[in-house]
Design a protein around this ligand. Structure first.
Ligand code: SAM
Length: 237
């Protein structure tokens, strides 16, 4: 049902002002994104949005975006963000419930991340990408539908800046091994030992704050983590 998906021809054609109105100039003639404000973090296959709702008040100066292919789920997340923004706007400035950023720094789009990531983001635009509890596609003949493959990793590397981090978390051991294998094999990614990220609030949120992560916790399941850093482009010979 791809024909119903909206996506820009190139990142320059993307109008983010409707997604992050508080971060744009109020000048109506400037529909352009302010150069110092751009989406930096992407939650790929964000589901019901738990990660970004947790991270948004923790990092109020960072614009973050959920990408989700299911229409109804995307609409749910959009409503959730709108409602949270509205609540924040009504709070008195001295209210203890007032959160930094007021959820103005988080948004969601309906998108097929396996096809259109380079349409939305320019080279090196992102500093973090999250792949949390992606669909496992257990059957061998369906594995090519997995969201981490060598080809797709090259696209993710394109939009990630050197030093940027790609996070994967899953409760499916076989999928973990698949993702880690492809990432290890890719020249533009280097493994970050999980101990190095111990205590990293972002990894804690990635493991625990999504709806799927909470479900796995309730069921006492294991969680497998693999994080990789985007390395510098190799010098051109
Ligand atoms: N990350 C969320 C969490 O941890 O709760 C959701 C996990 S859920 C198992 C996987 C999500 O990825 C689903 O909501 C699914 O619709 C979405 N998804 C699958 N393929 C996708 C694609 N190509 N582009 C965007 N989203 C996709």
């Amino acid at each position: 049902v791809d024909h119903s998906l909206d996506y820009p021809t190139s990142p320059d054609d993307m109008d983010w002002s409707t997604h992050y109105p508080a971060y744009f100039s109020s000048d109506p003639s400037s529909s352009k994104f302010e150069p110092n404000h751009k989406v930096e973090w992407a939650d790929v296959g964000c589901g019901f949005g738990g990660l970004l709702m947790a991270l948004a008040p923790m990092f109020p100066d960072t614009l973050m975006l959920g990408m989700e292919i299911r229409t109804a789920v995307t609409a749910y997340v959009a409503d959730r963000i709108a409602a949270s923004r509205q609540v924040q706007e009504t709070l008195a400035s001295d209210s203890p419930d007032k959160l930094p950023g007021g959820y103005q720094n988080v948004s969601v789009i309906r998108a097929n991340s396996m096809k259109h990531i380079p349409n939305f983001f320019a080279k090196g635009q992102l500093s973090k990408m999250f792949f949390l509890f992606p669909d496992p596609h257990f059957k061998v003949r369906k594995q090519k539908a997995r969201i981490i493959t060598t080809t797709l990793l090259s696209e993710y590397a394109h939009v990630l800046q050197p030093g940027g981090i790609l996070y994967t978390v899953t409760d499916v051991k076989d999928l973990h091994e698949w993702m880690a294998h492809h990432l290890h094999a890719h020249p533009l990614f280097e493994y970050i030992p999980t101990e190095e990220l111990a205590g990293d609030a972002i990894l804690v949120a990635a493991r625990t704050s999504t709806e799927e992560g909470k479900k796995v916790e309730r069921n006492g399941g294991d969680k497998w983590i693999a994080c990789f850093r985007r390395v510098e482009d190799p010098p051109i010979e």
